[in-house]
Design a protein around this ligand. Structure first.
Ligand SMILES: Cc1cc2nc3c(=O)[nH]c(=O)nc-3n(C[C@H](O)[C@H](O)[C@H](O)COP(=O)(O)OP(=O)(O)OC[C@H]3O[C@@H](n4cnc5c(N)ncnc54)[C@H](O)[C@@H]3O)c2cc1C
Length: 463
């Protein structure tokens, strides 16, 4: 039994230190943090919807520290979660009383070349994109919109870019190094332990801790030319969806996505971009027959183009955006029901719930380009990711608003599931996402260390 002396010099029983006494030495020189401050700092995520204070936080010095601590926790039935940038919003990486592993400590880029980019799992996509660009390369899958997300965190959900012909980011991984539920470090890849490999990708961390990955790269274009076309959501949703289908079927542009945001939530903005080296793409050929009105055209080098979103979030985070509630809804829909879903959702959405930082997104993708890791909705040539990224900035009664919006997330999810869709598990709350995410259904890890049993404590709104 561990006895501490409190601020008044009175000895007291310290249950936390007792539970974690006898932890093994960390072979790679990492640190196990047991103090309340460190555990409190790690008790929530970007969503600020759920809180779960871990019992300890491991800041690993290397994969060896992850191995010994997972093995130790597994023997004692203590749950473990790897954490990257903590940018999921529904408590996906939290576990009350368990071990959080701060993967941000593992940030080396091991190799960059045409055969791939080999990185530790805590490396951000921003680092990956910049390192690849320095060698004239880009991620074959394309990156996410915001790049300050860890490789391990993104591969654990799948990762969807705005390249409709690229599949998921998880589809552009050739190899992983993983610490399994027994604390064993193993390699898996397209040909080595392919089943385990498939289960890890998009598997929400329940098959193990990803400690490193090799991502596919292709030659980067020198420049990118883009267009924005506007469509009135009240009258032109079907025309927009038809235009997207045509663009993707004919492979007219590399990037295709749709956004809607303040100050004009009811206008869909179709974002198109084509990559080129010498001769810019022919605008009339790209835009031929599309029914939207061109509202912007831009041209930039590839790195400036793919990093353009980061400063928006960096500034918002500095201004306190990390502390507001984020009841995000993220849903995959099959092609056949997408228009009906999008129209129905727009009739429910109230403009006043869309803050200046909030926005909606559509990412259409060719279904045949996804591998087997993410079992996405079937039916039709395309699969659509529909996101509604709301936050409580400026809402007069944020807690009450959060409750309403979580109920709305639930209604959107139920509607999507009833239309053959599923929930992409990056939103809120994590328990719902997990229920409707087939990739997390695989065989349970032998000892449940990564997540069988309750994923989350009851939601406790903050703010
Ligand atoms: C502003 C913004 C924009 C985004 N844009 C996109 C987008 O365009 N496309 C898209 O697909 N997603 C997007 N996302 C969602 C993002 O991809 C996921 O939330 C991702 O999981 C976040 O990575 P993270 O490093 O913050 O992970 P965390 O939130 O720390 O963890 C997420 C999950 O992964 C697990 N995990 C983390 N690291 C590991 C590891 N090394 N091994 C095993 N499991 C691990 C955690 O336990 C948890 O379950 C966006 C998120 C934000 C905040």
């Amino acid at each position: 039994m561990t006895r501490n002396v409190d601020g008044f010099g009175v000895p007291h029983y310290d249950a936390v230190r007792d539970r974690w006494s006898g932890t093994p030495p960390l072979p790679d020189g990492g640190e196990l943090l047991l103090d309340l401050l460190a555990r409190d700092r790690d008790a929530t995520d970007l969503g600020n919807i759920v809180e779960a204070r871990p019992g300890a936080v491991l800041v690993p010095g290397g994969a060896g520290d992850v191995e010994v601590m997972v093995a130790w926790c597994a023997r004692r039935g203590i749950p473990v979660r790897a954490r990257g940038e903590r940018h999921s919003v529904g408590g996906q990486g939290l576990t009350a009383g368990g071990l959080h592993i701060d993967m941000r400590a593992l940030r080396s880029i091991r190799a960059v070349g045409p055969e791939g980019i080999a990185v530790e799992a805590g490396v951000t996509l921003r680092q990956v994109v910049e390192a690849a660009w320095a060698r004239g390369l880009r991620l074959a899958s394309g990156p996410t919109g915001y790049l300050r997300l860890s490789v391990g965190g993104v591969l654990s959900v799948g990762g969807i870019s705005n390249l409709p012909a690229a599949g998921s980011i998880a589809d552009s991984v050739s190899e992983l190094e993983l610490v399994t539920a027994t604390g064993e470090r193993v390699r898996c890849g397209r040909t080595e332990r392919p089943e385990l490999f498939r289960e890890v990708l998009g598997g929400l961390g329940r098959r193990g801790v990803i400690v490193s990955a090799v991502l596919d790269v292709v030659p980067a274009p020198a420049r990118v030319r883009g267009w924005v076309l506007d469509y009135d959501s009240a009258t032109s949703t079907r025309a927009l969806v038809e235009d997207v289908r045509t663009l993707i079927a004919e492979g007219r542009t590399d990037e295709v996505s749709v956004r809607f945001a303040q100050p004009d939530v009811r206008t869909y903005r179709l974002h198109l971009a084509s990559y080129y080296d010498a001769a810019p793409p022919d605008a009339p050929a790209v835009l031929d027959g599309l029914s939207g009105a061109v509202s912007a055209e831009h041209d930039a080098d590839y790195l400036a183009h793919v990093t353009a979103v980061d400063p928006l979030y960096d500034q918002a985070l500095e201004a306190g955006w990390d502390a507001v509630h984020k009841p995000w809804t993220d849903l995959f829909l099959p092609d056949g029901s997408f228009v009906d879903f999008a129209e129905a959702a727009m009739t429910v959405l109230r403009d006043r719930d869309v803050s200046p930082m909030a926005y909606g997104l559509w990412f259409p993708h060719r279904r045949d380009r996804f591998g087997t890791s993410l079992r996405l909705p079937e039916g039709g040539e395309l699969v659509w990711l529909w996101d509604l990224l709301l936050d409580s900035t400026g809402m007069p009664r944020p807690k009450q608003w959060l409750g309403e919006m979580l109920r709305q997330c639930g209604r959107f999810a139920d509607l999507a599931v009833s239309m053959g869709g599923m929930v992409y598990p990056i939103g809120a709350p994590a328990s719902r996402a997990r229920r409707h995410w087939p990739a997390s259904e695989g065989p349970a890890p032998e000892n449940g260390v990564f997540g069988d049993g309750p994923l989350l404590p009851a939601p406790r709104p903050r703010g």
